[in-house]
Design a protein around this ligand. Structure first.
Ligand code: PMP
Length: 355
């Protein structure tokens, strides 16, 4: 039995894997992989996959959902292009690698980026809090969960400007109020489904108002929404599995239920790290991510022994991102509490032997 703490693509529910595998062999007599995206059977999948996003997140009227491609990386550009207005000025909060990437792409398309706050001074180990946001911005952008550094916004930035969020690594993990945002985007490959699709939730009011002189058809959210994500061939398999996963999420109590489970998993691991003299967390406690817990050994010479022990217990995906080192336990929706218990037991056992 494996316990997959990988940061993404990541664990999905086992029954979703089974249903997806069976549709590869038989989806109404064909394979899901060979059905035309224009066929009514796939159009029904697309419709359901969009509806379930609305249902799971209580998306209010006046918002639309789209499944596009290009990952959150293309989302950096799509967000900035579609939200550019007369000022061509935007505020970004820099909380790590992905926020830095979003800033870079916004600058490339001619946006004057005002970095409102940054936690780079302490290696992105906290979420900036005391900063002011000027009024004349086209939009404010932030990254709700910093997958690499293990920090998470537990309150959204306060602004009167349109708010844009890269929610790649915590969407569907906790309740959000969609009405707080003008645009949300997220790569599918954490809590939604397999890599390949990227989710957009956008306020209809903002569509078609970009002042960018450059707007390739594919990147125009207005056209994508009008064509119901069928402007070109969508990533059909990724969307199909996302639909299965959302069905599973809703059947198991929806976001409220998964949020409670996610909180329990994070509490179990952080409690152990905090009380254990051989380990230390890497980020400010109040800003800790409930999706990605980052931690270090106090004495790195123990690394070989610790690594051998967790590997023997069936744990996979624990090493930190290549840019940070240490350890990162990603505890996405489908990771059971029992897997976190296995990791905690390994940490306790290691401590007994080496403490
Ligand atoms: N933003 C965040 C918060 C992420 O975690 C990632 C990927 N892990 C990205 C952006 C980049 O996403 P993609 O690989 O889908 O382009």
């Amino acid at each position: 039995m494996k316990h997959n703490f990988g940061a993404g693509p990541c664990i999905l529910p086992q029954n979703v894997f089974k249903e997806a595998a069976s549709a590869v062999m038989d989806f109404n007599g064909l394979s899901i992989l060979e059905v035309s995206h224009r066929h009514k059977d796939f159009v029904a999948v697309m419709d359901e996959a969009m509806d379930l996003v609305k249902k799971a997140l209580n998306v209010p009227a006046g918002y639309s959902v789209a499944y596009l491609q290009g990952g959150a990386t293309l989302g950096f550009t799509i967000a900035a292009l579609n939200m550019m207005r007369d000022n061509k000025k935007a505020g970004y909060i820099n909380t790590g690698t992905w926020a830095t990437g979003a800033i870079k792409e916004a600058k490339k398309i001619g946006i004057d980026v005002n970095v409102l706050a940054s936690s780079e001074d302490k290696n992105f180990s906290y979420i900036p809090k005391d900063y002011s946001i000027p009024d004349e911005l086209d939009f404010v952008h932030f990254t709700s969960n910093n997958t690499i550094y293990g920090t998470q916004f537990h309150a959204i930035p306060k602004t009167n400007s349109p708010l844009i969020c890269d929610m790649s690594s915590d969407i569907f993990s906790k309740e959000i109020n969609v009405a707080d945002f003008d645009l949300i985007y997220a790569g599918a490959q954490k809590n939604l489904g397999p890599a390949g699709a990227t989710l957009y939730i956008v306020k209809d009011d903002v569509l078609g108002k970009s002042t960018s002189p450059f707007m390739p058809t594919y990147l125009d959210l207005k056209q994508q929404i009008e064509k119901e994500s069928m402007l070109n061939t969508p990533p059909v398999f990724s969307i199909y599995v996302a639909m299965l996963n959302l069905r599973d999420l809703i059947a198991n109590g929806g976001i409220a239920a998964i949020e409670a489970k996610n909180n329990a998993k994070a509490a179990l691991l952080y409690q152990e790290i905090d009380s254990n003299p051989l380990f230390k967390g890497t980020v400010a406690k109040e800003d800790r991510s409930r999706m990605n817990a980052t931690f270090l050994l106090e004495d790195e010479s123990h690394q070989e022994i610790f690594d051998k022990m967790w590997k023997e217990a069936g744990v996979v995906g624990l090493p930190g991102h290549r840019s940070t080192g240490g350890y990162r336990a990603s505890m996405y929706n489908a990771l059971p509490l029992e897997s976190v218990q296995v990791l905690v037991d390994v940490i306790k056992e290691f401590t007994k032997k080496n403490g």
